[in-house]
Design a protein around this ligand. Sequence first.
Ligand code: VG1
Ligand code: CO
Length: 560
Amino acid sequence: MALTSEVVSTSPFSGQKPGTSGLRKPTSTFITPNYTENFVQSTLAAIGDKLAGADLVVGGDGRYFMRQAVHIIIQIAAANGVRKLIIGQNGLLSTPAVSCLIRKRQACGGIILTASHNPGGPNGDFGIKYNTSNGGPAPENITNKIYEISEKITEYKLCRGIEVDLGLIKTSEFKVDGKPFIVEIVDCVEDYLGLMKEIFDFGAIKKLLDSGLKVVINSMHGVMGPYVKRTFHQELQVPLESCLNCDPSEDFGGHHPDPNLTYAADLVELMKKGTYGFGAAFDGDGDRNMLLGENAFFVNPSDSVAVISANASCIPYFKKNPVQGLARSMPTSGAMDRVASIDGMTLFEVPTGWKFFGNLMDAGRLSICGEESFGTGSNHIREKDGLWAVLAWLSILASRGQTMEQVLQEHWKKYGRNFFTRWDFEGVPDEPATKWMDNLRDMVSKDKVKELVGRSFTKGSKTFTIAQADDYRYTDPIEHRLTLKQGIRLIFDDGSRAIFRLSGTSSSGKTVRMYIDSFESDQSKYGMDSQDALRPLVEIALEVSQFKEFTGIEKPTVIT
Ligand code: VG1
Ligand code: CO
């Protein structure tokens, strides 16, 4: 079919600035005429010369407006000289599957339609994220370029009249402005599942399940439904009734597709009944995971990635690709640092957001990494990968012949335990949140920091003294790019840390995050509840930061 593209005049929308992970805004903003078109055109323009004749992967988490956005991308990509779009059936692709496909097909990049763990629907959020040819989220120099272009955009190119049925696995060819344009609709699970089978020993995992370990997997109505059904039901013969919420829905069944103790509380309740020995939940786009052992034993994500690092030999992939180094985001607990130091591996600390891990992986210096926010992954792709984490843990359980709690107990015995908690205050009004953050920045500024360092706080029998306070900055070890203002850190004399950040993924109002990390080497305390263990530090952190004084808010929305 021969088609001709056209040029449409537009004017810029302010604030099309990607945050921690892509551009996230209320759905109502994205459906504003030209809003999505502008951002897609700006993204393609930022790719520059490499775009002509390039292949791009496109897919999303199934939320409201995703199908329309896919059609917009098809029309704009066709008019901008893209050679081929590889799109998941019905527009669906998990974030890790996009990363996998970009790498496997040697595509120029990919566009992911998701606001991840943010609620969806007409009153929820939508999001668009660009990933580069390594399969990872675009680094800041590229997202800044997209933003700059979006601020000045006056027109976008569009090719109307391209009809593609997203439901049919099929390749269609068009002629746009005399050049071929191909749309390939692919099965959303196949390539990704193939990669998982190369990484893990499915036979060993199946044996573990056959031996009586009952698992329950909750897809939270997000994109993971088809992946879970194929992997766990079809491949590993887990009964269908143990694969929960596997039908992707446009508003995630009205819930937050966020796998944590608050928004996946029903899984916690189910696990408490004792029928299942292993439970997992994913977020909307399938890159996050929450893991629970028998009787709802909670595996803290910071511990999870430390355990996987310490037990990498249980995973066939790491026998072929020996572990090169470990990394965590700055607010993630130091549990991984212990593994790195005791087992003799390099550890990198990077700012929040997966985009900071990619460079290190591409340079062959990083194999396993994670974030406290339920993100775990490795260099098999360039995104965090929820299903990978579940299979990694099942491999460890199969190989060690232990329950999750036993694995953690032994881990703490060998490496010590880092207690960790994150308190989220969601929906804080802009002004007090900004003033509070500005004040913290001021407190750690060159002139004022002297007043903070040396301050002591006595809580019960313990005294904590602030040894260091700063606003975290990061220099990428590969490209030497500097990233500033990544979170206020209070580091105490015993190595404990209190960290304060404003979220870069919330679409309206501010989300304030407070993180507390404290190392404990006294074995008699390993069994403590982390909230009890960290209460003194939480109190100190709230007091020093004057959170309540600035915002009037006393209680967090989510505690992890
Ligand atoms: C949050 C998490 C961060 C994660 C990011 C994207 O960012 O804290 O660790 O990488 O979400 O995750 P922020 O800026 O809100 O703290 V996902 O699964 O939403 O793409
Ligand atoms: Co996500």
